[in-house]
Design a protein around this ligand. Sequence first.
Ligand code: NCD
Length: 304
Amino acid sequence: MRHLINITDFTPEEIVELLDLGDRMIADPAQWRSSQQGRILATLFFEPSTRTRLSFESAMQSLGGSTLGFATADSSSTTKGESLLDTISTVSCYSDIIAMRHPREGAPVAAALKSRVPVINAGDGGHNHPTQTLTDMMTIRRRKGVLDGLTIGVCGDLKFGRTVHSLLDAMSRCPGNRFVLISPPELRVPSYVTDMLQSRGSRYTEVESMEAAMAQLDVLYMTRVQRERFFNEADYVRLKDTYILTPEKLAGARDDLIVMHPLPRVNEIDTRVDDDPRAVYFEQVRNGRFVRMALIQKMLEDWA
Ligand code: NCD
């Protein structure tokens, strides 16, 4: 049985197959209307979410399947003291596939050991978020036509931002990508991420200035400072507005730059940027639904 815990659980070839299927689903969604009829997706969210949970539910329903689950830990038996593993053993009796989000790093690995059905990691603490990365890769490929040879700026909270860790993991497997890691010193990527980049021979630089990096970028991936992972509020307040992307700052960027963000945004992208044709964060939202349709279809059919 296949699970999706880290993006590297899929080979680069499998990811391309998934993105191809996602593109076909965008082109002709009606063709897939009943492909998962009778199947059930469980969404177990022990942490808040808008897009990830709803896009999973929308995806399964668009495939003719149905969904059940909970959106907050406090509406589940977790509040009575039930362990995660008992919850998973239970829910895997009621469903054919599980998407789960949990504040603890590694929780989905433990869940996968116990589950009778495939488990998808929908975000584990400050660690990984592989399905956001599929969304991001689909958006990059649809906009840039390729997944390789790009200069990718990643800006903001690179320490706790799980979408960043998974994106770097995936894009450093594609040849010729170069990374500009833009953050304050306190929020640099963890050393296991730089070790990974080095072991793959990826070129990267760690810098503090977004403005200085701007002109060379093909992709600018903005992120939110992850307040819920901070140990004290004072540090959060000090760092939260380090980067705010405005139309003025974009003036020095390439015409074919794409500006990405996994959302939710707080302050880090001025809403005036939304009207710039280079802003693709709401396209990411749309692609997230289709790539999750492709993921469910592959995991329950071709890779089952
Ligand atoms: C991200 C997450 O949950 O990690 N959101 C998402 O899933 N699209 C990013 C974030 O919360 O900042």
